[in-house]
Design a protein around this ligand. Structure first.
Ligand SMILES: C[S@@+](CC[C@H](N)C(=O)[O-])C[C@H]1O[C@@H](n2cnc3c(N)ncnc32)[C@H](O)[C@@H]1O
Length: 238
């Protein structure tokens, strides 16, 4: 995949292209997302009732270009990948891997097997292109709250801006699945604030309340608002 951001064409042209390339439902989703800025509760009800449908519409080249155009996103992925590598995991599962930005940054810092799982086909398709030729990366379609892996299948399990997109009961199931399939470490970058597509959780507090030992917890240095940024690594075993 072309990794260089291009200048964005004007909105009517983008809407027309969206309609042409991905059909009426996608164009309608995009229009609602762009136009309901001042009504977040309506936005949540209309376009975030089903997070998987949302992410299936959201994923694709437009999303990829939008994200790759933000230097802060790259610096953050690199910082997180550096922290993950510091624990010398022997394998990593990323739940909600999106188009593979963090997996790619992780590959530059560790040579262990990497697995990415996501419930959005469009995100996974982008990941397949973005990670083409990268060694030892497996990508799977699946749900974070029902992982198709055995207990303790990965040394480290990671989520980055994923649990926060799920309502509380699903978020709880995802964390329990993380604990089930992780042998040693769970690592999370999950912001704590609310928006139309974000529930916001204090993940470190949840683990503490369950009696787990937190290896580190704090804001990511390059995030604009340290009050809502949270990266934590948890020892799930010992
Ligand atoms: C904001 S993106 C983050 C992608 C990637 N983790 C990163 O940091 O670049 C959120 C991703 O999580 C995925 N996702 C959200 N909830 C999920 C769930 N319950 N199961 C699987 N994937 C999920 C979405 O499809 C989307 O690709």
């Amino acid at each position: 995949m072309d990794t260089l951001p291009h200048p964005e064409p004007l909105l009517p042209l983008r809407a027309w292209r969206a309609l042409q390339s991905r059909g009426v439902r996608y164009a309608w989703h995009k229009t609602l997302r762009r136009s309901l800025g001042r009504w977040p509760s309506w936005k949540r009800r209309l376009i975030y009732a089903d997070p998987r449908a949302y992410w299936t519409h959201r994923g694709g080249f437009d999303y990829f270009r939008e994200q790759e155009g933000q230097v802060g996103r790259t610096l953050r992925a690199e910082w997180i990948a550096g922290r993950l590598a510091a624990y010398r995991p022997t394998s990593i599962l990323e739940i909600g891997c999106g188009y593979g930005k963090l997996l790619r940054a992780a590959r530059d810092r560790t040579d262990v097997p990497l697995t990415g799982l996501d419930f959005s086909r469009s995100q996974l398709a982008s990941a397949g292109a973005f990670l083409e030729g990268v060694d030892q990366v497996e990508l799977l379609l699946g749900r974070g709250d029902r992982l198709p892996f055995a207990d303790g299948a990965f040394d480290m399990v990671v989520t980055s801006a994923v649990i926060l997109h799920n309502p509380p009961e699903v978020a709880d199931r995802i964390r329990r699945e993380v604990i089930r399939v992780a042998r040693r470490f769970a690592a999370h970058n999950e912001e704590t604030n609310l928006s139309y597509n974000r529930y916001g959780y204090d993940t470190a507090a949840w683990y503490r309340a369950q009696g787990f030992r937190i290896a580190e917890s704090g804001p990511i240095p390059m995030d604009p608002d340290p009050e809502v940024s949270q990266f934590c690594v948890v020892r799930v075993n010992g």
